[in-house]
Design a binder for this molecule. Structure first.
Ligand SMILES: Nc1ncnc2c1ncn2[C@@H]1O[C@H](COP(=O)(O)OP(=O)(O)O)[C@@H](O)[C@H]1O
Ligand SMILES: [Mg+2]
Length: 255
């Protein structure tokens, strides 16, 4: 059987009385690029954080290539993963790119990229450096190997963060508004790198406000509103023929 790269069913998350995610289903096959859109506070970041277990879902299942991430309710009534070893293993197969880049400021760009491969994945240093250099070529930053993050523009920092994410050979890449912190003239260079990754067949979940990316690059679209999937499907069809009034309002507000 051809298992989905990532399969999420019935995902719920609440913080106390605040129910942020109210039952989300999503299935990503290898090579799918799924855009997740929705207004601020709709639960998009929480959804990504539940997938890589930065947050423990309150209910529901997450499977990576068929492997169920096991969760339980502890004695204090709190949901938690059964095995931190499993969580670490699963996390090492995912990679997240954040709005604020999150590069380590005391390390050069090259050091940022080789850190996890060398110290967590135990890749020999020479091999890690060769791979990092190739990734920097790919994102157009080879000449910035020895620079520190704060000497780079936002667009360059985000491209470096994408190279760092690629360095672990992730099965699924999670992007949380990767271009939202950038000056408008720098958005294109980051979207260009992401478009190349999509064309290479990478499996990607992308929270974004870039409607042209959602429409032209992704092959699935999910619109979240107050923790519910209001609209889902092929982006071209959904944009041409939205069924949800809220989605219509949302797209008219962002254009
Ligand atoms: N750790 C937390 N504790 C309490 N409330 C939270 C926490 N994280 C997020 N929330 C709330 O969950 C809702 C959804 O947040 P978020 O997932 O960040 O939305 P989005 O990314 O779509 O803007 C918001 O109301 C936010 O205040
Ligand atoms: Mg967010």
């Amino acid at each position: 059987m051809n298992k989905a790269a990532l399969e999420i069913s019935g995902l719920h998350k609440h913080y106390g009385d605040l129910e942020v995610l109210k039952g989300i289903d999503l299935s990503a096959s290898k090579g799918d690029v799924i855009s997740i859109i929705g207004s601020s506070g709709s639960g998009k970041s929480t959804f990504l954080r539940c997938i890589n277990l930065l947050e423990t879902p309150s209910a529901g299942e997450v499977r990576l290539h068929g492997e169920l991430i096991e969760m339980r309710t502890n004695k204090r009534g709190k949901r938690e993963p059964v095995s931190m070893r499993q969580v670490e293993r699963i996390r090492s197969r995912l990679a997240m790119v954040f709005q604020g880049f999150n590069l380590w400021s005391h390390m050069t760009i090259l050091e940022n990229i080789i850190e996890v491969p060398i110290h967590v994945l135990k890749v020999p240093k020479k091999e890690a450096i060769e791979k990092a250099e190739a990734l920097l070529q790919k994102v157009g930053l080879y000449d910035k190997c020895a620079a520190y993050p704060n000497h780079l523009s936002g667009g360059q920092q985000q491209r470096a963060a994408i190279a760092r994410a690629l360095a672990v050979d992730p099965e699924v890449m999670l992007f949380d508004e990767p271009t939202s912190a950038l000056d408008p003239e720098l958005v294109g260079e980051v979207l260009g790198v992401m478009r190349n990754l999509a064309e290479e067949g990478r499996t990607m979940l992308v929270v974004t406000h870039e409607m042209s990316f959602a429409k032209e690059v992704s092959n699935q679209l999910m619109f979240l509103h107050q923790g519910i999937v209001e609209e889902q499907g092929d982006p071209k069809q959904v944009f041409a023929n939205p069924s949800s009034e809220r989605f219509k309002q949302f797209i008219s507000s962002v254009y």
